[in-house]
Design a binder for this molecule. Sequence first.
Ligand SMILES: [Zn+2]
Length: 109
Amino acid sequence: MAKLLICDRCLLYAHNPYLVCAVHLDGVDGDSCLDFREDPNAEPEGGTYYNGELIVQPQQRWTQQQKLELLDWHPMFTGRCPQCNGLFDRDWSARVHWDCKCGWMDDTV
Ligand SMILES: [Zn+2]
C-alpha cells in the first residue's frame, strides 16, 4: 500500500495494517496528499507510532533510569548528603534546598 511518510502525522491516518487512512483506503499516488491534516497529538515526546502502537525511544527510558538513580542517592529520598554522608536536619522531608555544610550543593532540583 502507498502509505506516505506524512501519514504518520495525519489526523486521518488509520493506524491499521489493512487500510491507510479514512479517505484513501489504499493510499495515494505520488508523494503528497491533498487531504493531509496535521495531527497535533501525533508523535508524542520521545515516542514513535509503529503499527499503531506507541514505541518509546531509548532516550525516554534513560530519563526514567536517571529518575530511579536519583532515588538511590538524593538526600530528598535518603535524608543523607551524598558527599559526606551526613544526615540532614530531622525535617529534611519538608526541605526545598539541599545544600550541605560540607560544601555539597544540590543542582538537580
Ligand atoms: Zn555533606
